[in-house]
Ligand binder design. Structure first.
Ligand SMILES: NC(=O)c1ccc[n+]([C@@H]2O[C@H](COP(=O)([O-])OP(=O)(O)OC[C@H]3O[C@@H](n4cnc5c(N)ncnc54)[C@H](O)[C@@H]3O)[C@@H](O)[C@H]2O)c1
Ligand SMILES: [Zn+2]
Length: 418
């Protein structure tokens, strides 16, 4: 055998070429995107050369059912698109809720629809739905042809306040939350007020845990605002709810675009405050808990842990739990008793990110801290205290927004069961 003479390779031969790519994030607000505000959607489509942009719609099945005019309305918007856009295939109605993220066959069907419609990188996938449908269709759009333009029209408060502007999407795999996913910046996000109309109360409330979360990290003023208006938000008073959704989405967006780590290369992932347990509670509950409900429990747990371990003032923690309760969350769930499986969520959270365990906690409202160790005994205490608080709140009166107890029926997040 002939041997190849080694050439001398010096360390100075190594090549390192840092480079930056500029993205644009487009966030629009509309009142009625299928009606008088439809231009906001049409303007998003850039014709490809002389040809009209090809558009493929996906609609959350529960949205299509609750508002039958959505599916024909979308086709009408494209028909009126003055040559800017054309339908690539018929509007696809997909299963709403976490089902779509749990079933591999659904992912196959979405990709199959792209293929049948001959979508390419300059085509547009427009997805109308809750966070779960946005995630599943968004993931498919991120991997097909290595990325098709994605326009999100979120239809839940959670998706409008948080996930819609996110630069990641994922489906559940191996029984694990968001195990298979991708980072991709959406082409555009349109937060439309009318699309929230048919949202069941349970889901309307669920989104506000993410607003509480981000305000605890970034804005004491917004947190105060949520505390003051929690009962009105629960009653779906849009004059107070919409500004909170807007504040929340803009804080999430600012974190992504200005926080210096949009694709989460660093260990710390502050927007996931309260999420190590939330992501574990969701599968533990067989996905009967909504993501937002699990986040409310997770935020409550980490707030109490922050009192025990990092000196967060007790009165601040009490305000958080009262605020969540007044919003309509139940801070008590049978899975909180399964403490040991729940604590496994810490290791799963670490594995998802790699590297050291990094969890965000609070020293004060607006004063987050990243920690690398969790004391399991203190965490057991925190979980037990949240559970006891939630059980007491269910039995007794809840509080008004100023903290005074108010005699009334127990607060429950108990919307339409599906
Ligand atoms: N990618 C991200 O950055 C990110 C961030 C946060 C959450 N998420 C994911 O988002 C998902 C949760 O999203 P969600 O809280 O929006 O819940 P969801 O998508 O499960 O929607 C809740 C329910 O409401 C229905 N629905 C949605 N809009 C409706 C409407 N206008 N009228 C009637 N019914 C409607 C849905 O079909 C579903 O049954 C989770 O899977 C979570 O992991 C992703
Ligand atoms: Zn979340």
């Amino acid at each position: 055998m002939k041997t190849i003479a080694p050439t001398h390779i010096a360390p100075s031969d190594n090549v390192e070429s840092p480079f930056a790519v500029t993205f644009r994030h487009r966030l629009r607000y509309t009142n009625d995107v299928l009606g008088h505000d439809r231009a906001a959607l049409i303007e998003m489509f850039e014709p490809s050369g002389d040809a009209a942009a090809k558009v493929q719609f996906f609609v959350d099945g529960h949205v299509a059912e609750a508002r039958p005019e959505v599916v024909p309305g979308l086709a009408r918007v494209v028909a009126e698109g003055l040559g800017r856009c054309t339908m690539a295939g018929e509007v696809r109605v997909v299963p709403g809720g976490e089902t779509i993220k749990n079933d591999r066959a659904e992912l196959d069907r979405i990709l199959g629809a792209f293929n049948e419609a001959n979508l390419d990188r300059r085509s547009y996938v427009v997805v109308v739905g809750g966070g779960a449908v946005l995630d599943a269709v968004g993931f498919a759009a991120a991997v097909a042809h290595r990325g098709i333009r994605l326009i999100r029209l979120p239809t839940t408060t959670l998706a409008q306040a948080d996930s819609g502007v996110g630069v990641k999407s994922a489906v559940n795999f191996f029984g694990k939350k968001n195990w298979l996913g991708a980072f991709a910046v959406p082409w555009a996000v349109i937060n439309d007020t009318a699309l929230l109309e048919t949202l069941p109360n349970r889901d309307f409330i669920a989104g506000f845990s993410e607003a509480v979360k981000v305000s605890l990290l970034k804005s004491p003023a917004v947190f105060d605002q949520i505390c003051r208006t929690a009962s009105r938000i629960r009653r779906r008073d849009l004059s107070v709810a919409l500004p909170i959704i807007r504040a929340s989405v803009e804080m999430h967006l600012a974190h992504i675009t200005q926080g210096g780590d949009p694709f989460e290369a660093r260990e710390a992932r502050p927007l996931d405050f309260g999420h190590w347990s939330a992501h574990k509670l969701e599968p533990m509950s067989g996905y009967t808990l909504r993501h937002g409900e699990a986040v409310a429990l997770g935020v409550a747990i980490d707030v109490i842990y922050s009192v025990l371990a990092f000196g967060l003032p007790r009165r601040e923690a009490a305000r958080v739990l009262r605020c969540l309760t007044n919003l309509g969350f139940t801070l008590n769930h049978p899975n909180l008793d399964a403490v040991e499986p729940l604590l496994d969520g810490l290791e799963e959270f670490r594995q998802h990110l790699g590297g050291r365990l990094t969890i965000t906690m609070l020293r004060g409202v607006g004063d987050p801290i990243d920690v690398h160790e969790i004391d399991p005994d203190l965490m057991r205490t925190a979980i037990a205290r949240v559970s006891q608080y939630g059980a007491r709140a269910r039995r007794t009166a809840h509080h008004d927004d100023t903290g005074r107890p108010r005699p009334s029926s127990p607060v429950r997040v108990n919307g339409r069961a599906r």
